[in-house]
Design a protein around this ligand. Structure first.
Ligand SMILES: NC(=O)c1ccc[n+]([C@@H]2O[C@H](COP(=O)([O-])OP(=O)(O)OC[C@H]3O[C@@H](n4cnc5c(N)ncnc54)[C@H](OP(=O)(O)O)[C@@H]3O)[C@@H](O)[C@H]2O)c1
Length: 260
């Protein structure tokens, strides 16, 4: 079965300003490129300034509008600075894809380190909490917007190999639903996606620590393959678009049926 490749843009996000965290590689980089091709002015964030600049240059060379801002999601001040920068650049924010996250050192509950637990809390949960509030404040000033939080299939079940990661992703689902209910009347929709195995460096890192995990993930998918980053980005792009105007508080599986 085809896993995407060259799909003609339809202007899904024309005229929108969209912020993307974790945009230096993987799903976030694919989202930045896709959203820009769909007409959005994108603002890319991560810690890797050089990688972001390369993606920004490619989008601009393609005729798109893109800027980069360096952010450490563990640092609340840098998230605030990033949202301030969006306001300085564009004066408003229509969409946010809170996608950046770290993987923990794979291993069971009893060997997960305090450092891992703290990083998972700060980067995979607190950062999204903080970012959502800042994003929503800017969106409110512009009359509304849409937020998509990138969770994981690992939020839906036990996680013997990534227990802190799974716990923070489940917590992220909770604040996604809460934000959707809290801000719906203000014209801000908030949804989550739960990707299954997606071919990125995050999976390479897991594979390096737990040999065979890629093959196990593939075998568990009814489509018998991993997702490409672009396929996951497509769902986030749709949720951010006006085509998803009645979708709010949903946690959408993007896993080829692996969680079914
Ligand atoms: N790949 C999968 O199979 C899979 C499955 C389910 C869910 N997901 C979720 O999908 C999202 C994207 O994952 P991916 O697979 O694309 O991972 P990836 O290739 O490892 O990319 C992670 C991104 O997050 C950024 N990031 C990590 N720590 C950061 C920090 N402290 N501050 C700022 N940025 C940080 C990284 O940028 P810098 O290093 O440049 O800062 C990078 O751009 C994550 O939320 C992940 O949990 C992935």
């Amino acid at each position: 079965m085809a896993n995407n490749t060259d799909i003609t843009p339809i202007g899904l996000l024309t005229g929108k300003v969209v912020f993307i965290t974790g945009a230096s590689r993987g799903i976030g980089a694919a989202a930045a490129q896709l959203f820009a091709r769909e007409g959005a002015a994108v603002v890319l964030a991560s810690r890797s300034a050089d990688a972001l600049q390369r993606i920004v240059a490619a989008i601009r060379a393609d005729g798109g509008v893109a800027d980069a801002v360096t952010v450490d999601l563990a640092d609340r001040a840098s998230i605030r600075d990033a949202v301030d920068r969006i306001e300085a650049l564009h004066g408003r924010l229509d969409g946010a894809f809170n996608n950046g996250a770290a993987i923990q050192q794979p291993g069971p509950l009893d060997t997960t380190s305090d450092d891992d637990i703290e990083e998972q809390f700060a980067v995979n949960f607190r950062a999204q909490w903080y970012a959502m509030n800042l994003e929503a404040a800017l969106m409110r000033r512009g009359g509304g917007g849409a937020i998509v939080n990138n969770s994981s299939i690992g939020s839906r079940r036990a996680n013997p190999e990534l227990p802190a990661y799974g716990a923070m992703k489940r917590a992220l689902n909770s604040i996604t639903e809460t934000a959707a209910v809290t801000w719906g009347r203000q014209g801000i929709r908030v949804n989550g996606i739960t990707p299954g195995g997606t071919a990125t460096e995050m999976i390479d890192t897991w594979e390096a620590a737990s040999s065979g995990v890629t093959e196990r993930i593939r075998a568990l998918s009814p489509l018998n393959r991993m997702a490409s980053p672009r396929e996951v980005a497509e769902v986030a792009g749709w949720l951010l678009s006006d085509r998803a105007s009645i979708v709010n508080g949903a946690i959408v599986p993007v896993d080829g049926g692996a969680g079914a």
